[in-house]
Write a protein that binds this ligand. Structure first.
Ligand code: HPA
Ligand code: ZN
Length: 338
């Protein structure tokens, strides 16, 4: 065994499966894009904006996240944003990323769906070409808006369907149960999209069950509140429906009081397919490796356990079977080399 465990994490090949592209908007880029687009910000400086990154809860974070996203206007803005994320991800050993975007945040300001999707997709194609970093794109519906708005957004995305692997559900969870979007998800599935949903972040374990039963979700984003329902944990372990866990996000949004009390360890012990992700890394203290480092420290995870999490990230991805096997073999070879 040579090198530190941090060094081991840095080089570990991994997939990231829970990442909001709007959540990668760093304060420096907020200011640069505001200037480029002639927009005035309610913050005097980059430091003043960064100082506002102290959140009471999910809604408190979302208020700032939606406000900052208003600087994204042109296709080039979405390209630059995505490109900057992919460079950081590649530096963290990410070989494959499944990326959320929130079109309603942009289309309701008059930004065309084409500017959003074409900008993101151009950066994804460049990263695959130049870095071998593969990706999928997931369109998220904002659950605090109504189902009709989600349905209209699905329609507006159809001209871009070849670029979009699946649909997801994010934004304010409490009071917006999965059932509200059952029809939209059913239609999306009929059109060939896969489905995932945020559930059990601030909402109860029952929302995780509902995401599985009412939406047919293939993965649960967050899902940490599943720990409150033993039968659900059993079901997740048996079905191997993955949870995309975001430890630093949970800490910043006070979903868990501190990482040592995060349910990750218990979920792993129960045999649930958990993965480690960064959610909104510009807001929550770091990119995916910061999340691996934080849980390694909180739970004293071994190299074998860390490699297991990286293996799970590929197993839980939507790569085809051949690519999955190849990436998992890379993880095994890396772990064997120590
Ligand atoms: N939860 C819900 N909605 C979101 C999040 C999150 O963590 N990040 C961006 N939108
Ligand atoms: Zn999220």
């Amino acid at each position: 065994m040579s090198g530190t465990i941090e060094h081991f994490i840095d080089g570990l090949p991994k997939a990231e499966l829970h990442l909001h592209i709007e959540g990668t908007l760093e304060p420096e880029m907020v200011f640069a894009l505001a200037e480029r687009n002639g927009l005035k910000l309610p913050y005097a400086s980059i430091e003043a904006l960064r100082a506002a990154y102290r959140f009471k809860d999910l809604q408190d974070f979302l208020n700032l996240y939606y406000q900052a996203a208003q600087v994204l206007v042109t296709e080039r803005d979405f390209f630059d944003l995505t490109r900057a994320y992919l460079a950081r991800a590649a530096a963290d050993g990410v070989r494959h990323a499944e990326i959320f975007f929130d079109p309603q945040t942009h289309t309701k300001r008059g930004v065309p769906m084409a500017a959003v999707v074409d900008g993101i997709v151009a950066a994804l194609a460049e990263a695959e070409r130049e870095r071998g970093l593969t990706s999928r794109l997931i369109l998220c519906f904002l659950r605090d808006l109504d189902a009709a708005d989600a349905m209209a957004t699905l329609d507006a995305a159809l001209p871009f369907r070849r670029h979009i692997a699946g649909v997801g559900l994010d934004s304010a969870e409490a009071g917006n149960p999965p059932a509200k979007f059952a029809e939209v998800f059913q239609r999306a599935r009929a059109l060939g999209f896969k489905g995932v949903a945020h559930a059990g972040e601030e909402g109860p374990a029952a929302y995780v069950t509902a995401a599985l039963d009412d939406l047919g979700a293939l993965r649960i984003d967050h899902g940490v509140r599943s720990i409150d329902d033993a039968a659900l944990v059993e079901r997740l372990a048996r079905s191997q429906v993955p949870l995309t866990v975001c430890p630093l996000s949970n800490q910043y949004l006070r979903v868990t009081p501190d990482l040592s009390r995060h349910p990750l360890r218990e979920l792993m012990a129960a045999g649930v397919l958990v993965t480690i992700n960064s959610d909104d890394p510009a807001y929550f203290g770091g990119y995916v490796n910061a999340n691996y480092r934080a849980v390694q420290k909180a739970f004293d995870l071994s190299r074998a356990e860390l490699a297991g999490l990286a293996r799970a990230s590929f197993a839980a991805s939507w790569l085809d079977a051949g690519a999955k096997a190849k990436r998992i073999a890379e993880v095994e070879a890396y772990a064997a080399a120590g």
